[in-house]
Unconditional design. Sequence first.
Length: 379
Amino acid sequence: MNISPGLRQKMNVDFFTYSYVPISIKKLWLDSVSYVIQSGNFIGGSYVTKFEKEFADLCKSNYAVGVSNGFDGLEIALRALGIGHGDTVVVPAHTFIATWNAVLAVGASPLGVDVGNDAQIDVLQFQEIALRRKISCVIPVHMHGHMSDMVELAKICRNLNIPIIEDASQSHFAERDGKIAGTTGDISVFSLYPTKNLGALGDAGVIITNQMNLATKARKLANYGSENNDKYHHNEIGYNKRLDAVQAAILRVNLDFINEWNSIRKNLARIYVDCCEELKISYLKGREGSVWHHFCIKASNRDAVQAFLLGQGIGTDIHYPFLAADEVEQFAGLKRGKYPIAKELSNSLLSLPISQFHDQEMITYVCKILKKARSQHIL
């Protein structure tokens, strides 16, 4: 880790802020919104269909369906597979609560499974559960910009005839074992929340699948249950969970930059990795194809470390301070599970600033402060 001698002694580094976005990008966003306003078509239309095709093509998937947000995408994906009352869906304990809540929203029962030290679903533990009882579906969540072991999980699920919904909301275009996030499961969901690697300027999401029947069903469910060729003909319950044209236009702009933006995140992550290796700071390791949505260090005294960094002008976040499994099992009255590794992660992970809009000087400054915290035995 080489600290530049010209690095400012004190600077502020927000965890995430749109004030770091280049003016040139903001102008493209403004232009794209202006085009939508001029078109007068705010629901559906060419901006949505073009984004869907471009996103599907980049994922190497047959179909994409724009939706209102990641949670709605998960609910639609579950319903498209026919998951509902009486079904059991396996969900990793370490994830954002939306994954668990989506299972409840369709009337199914979420069943927690622990994660490995990489924060991804424990595939072997899932296999043990699936061999003992009937599982209707599994939702692996690609956490922090890294990917779950989809090759092994898919092998297990094929043998047991269990459909897979990939929650790829934190790993846009990550890769592992030659697989792109979202392309192994029967149907997959991406949140496009503003802070994601590929984000909108509001709530948005997208579903991808290689199966025409699932794509047709998902589109129908997201648009009031209407027939694709007749919006006033309905033969089942539907919902209003569509992607709007303004967000689609902005997403098309951002899609042009996603490969460059993911490369920036990878380069910034390398600075952090070098720093952590030099200072012997424990951190959540990635792989060659990781896209580093978060860079997480592990600290047994996380609150003290977070307070120290804040005092030096550095914003951080915790993903997540409470286990979704614990919270949902408690308020939904479900049988409580044991998730030792997920629990340890929830007590120790601290996310450092990283995004396509941060620069190397900012990340190097964070490393400088980490070194200071280390020298003072705070970290």
